[in-house]
Design a protein around this ligand. Sequence first.
Ligand SMILES: [Ca+2]
Ligand SMILES: [Ca+2]
Length: 459
Amino acid sequence: MMNPHWLLLLSLSLEVMAGPIKPNPNQQEVPPPKEEIQDENADTGLYYDRYLREVIEVLETDPHFREKLQTANTEDIKSGRLSKELDLVGHHVRTRLDELKRQEVSRLRMLLKAKMDSTNTQSVQMDHVSLLKQFEHLDPHNQNTFEAKDLELLIATATKDLENYDAERHEEFKRYEMLKEHERREYLKGLDQEKRDTEEKRLEELKEKHRQHPKVNAPGSVAQLREVWEETDGLDPQEFNPKTFFKLHDTNGDGLLDEQELEALFTKELEKVYDPKNEEDDMMEMEEERLRMREHVMKNVDLDHDRVVSMDEFLRSTEKKEFNNAKEWQTLDDTRPVYSEEELQRFEVELRDKEAELGRKAESLRQEQDLLQERGKALEAQKREYQQAVKEMAQRQKQQQEVKEQPPPSGPNGELLFQQGINQLQQDEPVGKVPVENDAEIRSSLPAEPPQNLPHHTS
Ligand SMILES: [Ca+2]
Ligand SMILES: [Ca+2]
């Protein structure tokens, strides 16, 4: 095996030959970790997330968190401050989940479109090959006989997947709320009696402030739709018309109200309860509320359970008694808590375990970093040693070169000492000027200095 020192020496020699060694501005720095630290999306957004159970998996792949772990001190880990950093990790997980859901929704839309086309033309003329490409899990036997009932099956699968996403979101929300409560309790525990009383009072007041809001209309009720009609659409409330309303809010014009189109309708109601500017309003809770509202409407309106509302379904819902006499909407605050005390305690145990694990990970990462730092310093010292050696070598080479190319020696007065033959030639040359022997003679042959104070010539 080749000695790595020789490689280093070789590369340094090449550097010397290529030009002067420039000081490396990064010389003093620790070698960067194996993974490159990428720019983080600065948008931590509303999602002060919590998915502790997913942290460990994400940990190794998340450069931001890795960095945080490396710089965290033991106190951060013990106090749970590190868990605050999970919001960023959680954000990644959330984004991934949202992306999956978007894909599922678009698959569902495509399927519903195909289904509509097939019912309209009475024959299944869809591009079933491209459809099948989207659903690789399908039985290959079906490839040649793709029928309407296959579509039904696919729709059922896609809607099932979407239901799972919703269930997962509820579960995440629950954990979020538990983490929030856990942190509230820990925070209060850390205060002395007097401060704790003040803080408890302050937090209770905030809660109360959050509960003060205008009446929230039941989603999908005539009162709710009329408010959108009047305030969002700017139309005359006297002229409210369900059919027009449906068409107005079928934003993509596919003849259906899908989940996103429905959820957009609830913004007006949600704004009555949640304001991002208020400390007491939690926007995570707002999103949970939006999901609850959508589920409520779907439960009452989506008769065929395909997760979209057709015009027919919508119009039928307006004929129901509840449409005109809906009760006030019960917000999350009226139905809380979303977890039991027992669940919270289990969660806290889990949290402690995870944080202990994080602590161990952080410790081992720190050790790894120390080791890298040490190694970096040793390498740096070695490199400087070699640089010095190479410089000296180059210096010696230069000196030797200079000795070889030295010009002939000169006489005591700077005249060149030529070889015999050349001297002879010089002596035979015709005398053009007086050969100069020394400085004194040169001076004596020059005219004397002009006398001072000579009268100016005037003519
Ligand atoms: Ca639509
Ligand atoms: Ca439907």
